[in-house]
Design a protein around this ligand. Structure first.
Ligand code: HEM
Length: 508
């Protein structure tokens, strides 16, 4: 294991074997034999200053360090100011937080929390599915992988893992995803203007591709999103807008201090309406999927059909979550990859050569997308709620703290990657004696799909979708970019914003 190369700066307060035993019984582990007297207290963890009554709230206001959380550099700036551990106290019912950018501490927490990993951050979705619906007389057992925790999450995850993560099962979708990719190329050709550009709503076009792809896998049927005359108020376009609006509102309501946890604010009402709309739209698509169920062979069956054979509620929730988590994520990663390849024509040419060779193995393609996810990840960090007291870098971090891992910020420092800000897909393929070799980096720096038992369930599907589509794009188009780089806006997800100055010339 590479981790042995790194000096541990973090000490467990518990024996891990004991923790795991405890976890099976109680999930949370009570502190018993801790040496907390030697640790520096929570309040001494560096962080923005506190005022009486309002605490650190003023830092979220005009001019404060958190006033522009949309700036993707915000975490890097915070780390420069405060160091590898930064404290944010509880505010308006939002749990206290720390931001961690010390890879060894990140590794320790992620590994210690891997039994029943609790990922905070999607409280409004959980509230909608559990409490809001209950108030309307609808009771459900699970809220889904994104928001459930503990035993309920574990049972759900064990049910869907074999259907969604086995490479053998995912490979079955290769042909249909390639059909989607090729149809999208046809649509892009038709949408280009006289300069070979697609200036109007290029991001939405990529979302349309992502929706068609994920729906094909989730529902086992084509939605036909690429129909030329798809009305602007069609369920497909409505779903795309709804998913985008949901991620935008989650950023306000879940990731920032907000009074909705105490009373019904206008933002809360809007969020509940959006969740309801998303649910109704996904019901419409699930019905479409169910109408297409008849007599399919295993390589035509979607996730919905496979899960319906196990549990109907799980099948519906999973299909709905795929149509939530699988659209903007994949679309933005493709936009990032296209931009980086457009800016690096030599890498693009190398990739095209690999694609044109028709070899079944495409390591450079994988490396190009991995490198995009390092420089322009769609998710800037990850999180776990502490289930016990930790000693992190000599500070006492109590139970029930939201620990945020600053993966994006860690991934672009020279300390972790040589030539950190350059797009070098080769680093993922370099041999051990090459200074660029990725294995020289601490393995917990880069984690675009998260970690362990709770890592992204859609990872393999997303990788297959993106590999297939990027290969078709580069096979067909010489992609160029002109003008200044696009702006990235950090919300619940990172969005690359227009104007999209791509030129898609035909490959001769
Ligand atoms: C580029 C594409 C994607 C990226 C970068 C991404 C990233 C992530 C990350 C960082 C997590 C949190 C993992 C953790 O807590 O350790 C996650 C969770 C999740 N993702 Fe993705 N994701 C992508 C695509 C997808 C797709 C296509 C789907 C749909 C199948 C999906 C469904 C989910 C779900 C349901 C979870 C929650 C898993 C759980 O908590 O058990 N994601 N994703």
């Amino acid at each position: 294991m590479q981790t042995t190369k790194f000096k541990s700066k973090i000490k467990p307060l518990f024996n891990l074997a004991v923790i795991n035993k405890e976890c099976t019984r109680t999930v949370a582990v009570a502190s018993t034999d801790t040496k907390t007297e030697n640790l520096k207290p929570w309040k001494e963890i560096p962080g923005p200053s506190s005022l009486p009554i309002i605490g650190q709230l003023h830092h979220f206001m005009f001019g404060g360090v958190f006033s522009n959380t949309e700036d993707p550099e915000v975490f890097s700036k915070l780390i420069k100011g405060y160091g590898p551990i930064i404290r944010l106290d509880s505010m308006f019912g939002k749990a206290p937080m720390i931001f961690l950018s010390d890879p060894e501490s990140v590794a320790f927490v992620l590994r210690s929390e891997n039994w029943f990993p609790n990922r905070p951050g999607f409280q409004s979705l959980e509230y909608y599915r559990k409490d809001y619906k209950k108030s309307k007389g609808i009771k459900i057992n699970a809220t889904g992988l994104i928001s459930d925790q503990g035993e309920v999450w574990k049972e759900f995850r064990s049910t869907v893992n074999p259907v969604m993560l086995q490479p053998k099962t995912i490979k079955l979708y290769a042909t249909v995803l390639d059909e989607v990719a090729q149809d999208m190329i046809v649509r892009m050709r038709a949408n280009r203007d006289e300069n070979n550009m697609i200036t109007k709503d290029f991001d939405k076009e990529m979302n349309l591709w992502a929706l068609e792809s994920i729906a094909t896998v989730a529902l086992g049927c084509r939605l036909n999103c690429f129909e030329r005359n798809l009305p602007a108020d069609s369920p497909e376009w409505q779903l795309i807008q709804c998913v985008h609006d949901l991620f935008t509102i989650m950023n306000e309501i879940d990731f920032k201090p907000n009074l909705w946890r105490f009373f019904s604010t206008p933002l809360y009402k809007r969020a509940m309406n959006l969740y309801e709309r998303h649910e109704n739209l996904t019901k419409y698509f699930i019905k479409k999927g169910k109408d297409n169920l008849k007599n399919k062979s295993d390589n035509e069956k979607g996730v919905l059909e496979k899960l319906l054979e196990i549990n109907e509620e799980t099948a519906h929730i999973m299909a709905s979550d795929m149509l939530l988590a699988g659209v903007d994520t994949a679309a933005n990663t493709v936009i990032a990859t296209l931009y980086l390849l457009a800016k690096h024509p030599d890498k693009q040419a190398k990739l095209r050569e690999e694609i044109m060779s028709n070899s079944e193995r495409r390591p450079y393609l994988r490396a190009c997308i991995k490198e995009s996810l390092r420089l322009k990840p769609v998710v800037s960090g990850n999180a776990r709620k502490s289930s016990k007291t930790y000693n992190i870098l000599g500070y006492e971090v109590p139970k029930d703290v939201d620990i945020i891992f600053a993966h994006q910020a860690m991934s672009v420092t020279e300390e972790n990657y040589p030539r950190a800000n350059e797009y070098i897909p080769e680093r993922w393929l370099a041999s051990k004696d090459d200074p660029l070799y990725y294995g020289n980096t601490h393995p917990f720096v880069y984690a675009p799909f998260g970690f362990g038992a709770r890592s992204c369930i859609g990872r393999r599907i997303a990788e297959l979708e993106m590999d297939t589509f990027v290969a078709r794009l580069i096979e067909n188009f010489q992609v160029e970019w002109f003008g200044p780089p696009p702006k990235t806006v950090q919300q619940a997800l990172n969005y690359i914003k227009g104007p999209y100055n791509f030129v898609f010339n035909d490959v001769k």
